[in-house]
Design a protein around this ligand. Sequence first.
Ligand code: SD4
Length: 326
Amino acid sequence: MQSRRKFLQNTALLGVGSALSNPLLAENKLQIEKDRPFPIVIATWNNEKAVKAAYQVIKSGGRAVDAVEMGAKVPEADPNDTSVGYGGFPDRDGHVTLDACIMDEFGNAGSVMFLEDIMHPISVARMVMEKTPHVFLAGEGAQQFALENGFEKQNLLTDKAKQALEEWRKTSQYQPKINVERHDTIGILAADSNGNFGGACSTSGLAFKMRGRVGDSPIIGAGLYVDNEVGAATATGLGEVVVKKVGAFSIVEMMRNGKSPQQACEEAIKRLQNLKNIQDLQVGYIAVSKKGEIGAFSVHPGFQYAVVQKGKFRLVDSKSLFSEKK
Ligand code: SD4
């Protein structure tokens, strides 16, 4: 009698053979591949190098979660990016404190917040996801975990960031206003060739924030949310308002209920309208659906997002609630 294993092997071989020998089936398969919107990588702001690095990971057979981790590491290591990792602007006491989170296609999540002296918080967040029973690690505990797992302490405060703090201290006016600082927080979403998602978000948070302040970026559901059945969303801008509206999760839920990513991002921004001072703040959302559709929307003009889809890069100006540049 034929064993079950042998039977499966034979039928698999038969399947491949008939697809290859049937030109119609082979052509169909090619067409399906061509029409597929995946792989796709999309990130907040002009994170061109990051989306390209992430895309490369997928092309080399990596998972979407590997891709977004790699993508987020690009601005984390860039001293000229003043909103993420090394070179990030410090809090008002002169400390660079980092927030990051990551999610994979199985709904796993990991996050670090208020982490100091570690260049790649996104990789620590991934380790929290994969090596601990927890989701969030904060402050000293997050750093201890990182050091125990092979990360090294590094001074992340650059001369440029120090100078910016000194300049700010001349007035010490803390009123987060739109575009007063270069917003470059990276929120990055990816889907591999099979449409499996991953997402990551990494930031040094608001420049000159109070010591201990944590924003939306490491908060699962606020700064980032991935649901492999539906799609993914991420946020940038003033974290306090994103947290209050649980931004990324609300976008994914709206997509689950039938809205396109564009409609969902617009609705999520409109929901900020009942908060006071909306005209003085900036928030940008991006989202991707399971169909590979993209959405983006912001409060004010000036928000851009970077995309690589089927090998092609583009930088897109997001539509916004207000049309006048402030
Ligand atoms: C925060 N959302 O910490 C971040 C800041 C940001 O581009 O996105 N800057 O509130």
